[in-house]
Design a protein around this ligand. Structure first.
Ligand code: GDP
Ligand code: IMO
Ligand code: MG
Length: 425
């Protein structure tokens, strides 16, 4: 039975949610393994739109087990709110498992993030302000971390929370004189309430996944964010705080990478980025605004307008190689349909030198001037096309150029948000 992974190869929002939703009916188990409620995955079918953040997109199909694995950081209130919102819309939540090893986001994580982001001024990372980075920081630091499993050990949890909050209050009051100290007992009561409601779901998901593999269950790993936001391999420091490239699957789930049969790298037919950091192909002009309008490029989580530009084969190719993909899914091709010509960045010029290597330093990336290949536009509405062979020849040439430059085959092409608007090779 197949084990499939779906990862974004750019700066997030590549439409991973749509691909996961499409592939879910071929899999028994869907696994989210990183990030938290910084993610926003949109799934559309039958005239309905669902926006998922912490819950795996597999939740929308009956009979699938959804797993929120060890590498995810969990805001329990956000988790419960998302479950309630789906239930109110008539979604029947089936088996849903949450790792007892996953780390928990607390109010002090949001408070710390607000201070840290503000202190960077114009050079802010532009985070989603959901306490993601500060929770991962405590995880790596160990001394101030609290995991899901800790919530069910009241004495330990109370003591740990009291100690942690006392220290956080001291630090936060020192950096922000207006900071209102947090009350550990109130937070203990609040989080104990969440923990009770989540109790039926919390378990050792790693053991579950190992048994599921052994019994031949098929599994789908749902990536969040994108490869260029990876903490180790992305555009540091303008990244998220986890391994959001394919590298994170093993780390975040406990399932060895060699168990994966097929990794699909999801790419937008152009580039978007939310938050700070360099983006060489960003267009500060009419075309950039046109792409934003046509693609409705506004963040699912924060509503921020996404920065838009041409497809960047240097950055995306790097994302594909770091992740170790087998093939590509090219999404939102329809967004480019009204343009006279379309461009792909095939190399950068940095300090007068041409390169196809992705720079390791943000300052070098900021200097990169894109070298473009220009192709004719197709100037036809393609949202109704259902066979690749029926795409206009210019659109096929554009897809072929992406495959050639990234050097992986394009196996899925999407021409609209709905499940139906998808073509497979
Ligand atoms: P994710 O975070 O990678 O799951 O992506 P998002 O859901 O944040 O953003 C992708 C957006 O594009 C969503 O609003 C989708 O409904 C939409 N979408 C997905 N595929 C297509 C497509 O082929 N064409 C268009 N126009 N929109 C699409
Ligand atoms: P999905 O799963 C796009 C970006 C933020 C910011 C940086 C760090 O929908 O593709 P964080 O709150 O994670 O510390 O913010 O990462 N970012 C995303 N951008 N899509 C996402 O998720 C993102 N998750 C985080 O905008 O630049
Ligand atoms: Mg998104």
């Amino acid at each position: 039975m197949p084990v499939t992974a779906v990862v974004g190869l750019q700066w997030g929002d590549e439409a991973k949610g749509k691909i996961v939703d499409l592939l879910t009916d071929q899999h028994d188990v869907v696994v989210r393994y990183l990030g938290g409620n910084n993610a926003g995955h949109t799934v559309m079918f039958g005239g309905e739109t669902y926006k998922l953040s912490l819950l795996p997109s597999g939740i929308l199909r009956k009979g699938v087990t959804n797993v929120v694995a060890t590498g995810v950081v969990i805001n329990p209130q956000a988790f419960l709110d998302e479950m309630t919102a789906l239930t109110e819309r008539g979604v029947e939540i089936g088996e849903l498992l949450i790792s007892d090893r996953a780390h928990v986001i607390f109010p002090h994580h949001m408070a710390e993030e607000a201070v840290l982001e503000e202190s960077r001024g114009d050079d802010a990372i532009g985070t989603t302000m959901r306490g993601i980075g500060t929770c991962y920081r405590d995880k790596i630091g160990r001394t101030h971390a609290i995991r899901m499993g800790d919530l069910y050990r009241p004495d330990f949890f109370h003591q740990r929370l009291t100690d942690v909050i006392a220290q956080k209050n001291t630090i936060l009051s020192a950096v922000n004189p207006k900071f209102e100290p947090l009350e550990p007992d109130a937070i203990f009561a609040e989080y104990t309430g969440y923990a009770e409601r989540l109790r039926p779901h919390v378990c050792d998901t790693t053991a579950y996944l190992h048994k599921a593999l052994k019994s031949g269950k098929s599994m789908l790993f749902e990536g969040a964010q994108g490869s260029l936001l990876d903490i180790d391999h992305g555009t540091f420091p303008y990244v998220t705080s986890s391994n959001s490239s394919g590298c994170g699957i093993h780390v975040g789930s406990g399932v060895p990478e060699r168990a994966i049969d097929r990794m699909i790298g999801v790419v937008k037919a152009y580039t978007t980025r939310v938050g700070g950091g360099p983006c060489p192909t960003e267009l500060d002009d009419e075309t950039g605004l046109h792409i934003r309008d046509e693609g409705n490029e506004y963040g699912t989580v924060t509503g921020r307008p996404r920065r838009c530009g041409w497809f960047d084969a240097v950055a995306t190719g790097y994302g594909a190689r770091v992740s170790g993909v087998d093939c590509l899914a090219v999404m939102l091709l329809d967004v480019l349909s009204k343009l006279d010509e379309v461009k792909i960045c095939e190399a950068y010029e940095i300090d007068g030198e041409r390169t196809t290597d992705f720079p390791s330093h943000a300052a070098d990336l900021a200097k990169a001037k894109p070298i473009y290949r220009t192709l004719p536009g197709w100037k036809t509405d393609i949202t109704g096309v259902r066979e690749l062979s029926d795409l206009p020849k210019e659109a096929r040439a554009y897809i072929d150029a992406i495959a050639e430059l990234i050097d992986f085959p394009v196996e899925i092409v999407s021409v609209g948000p709905d499940r139906e608007q998808t073509m497979f090779t």
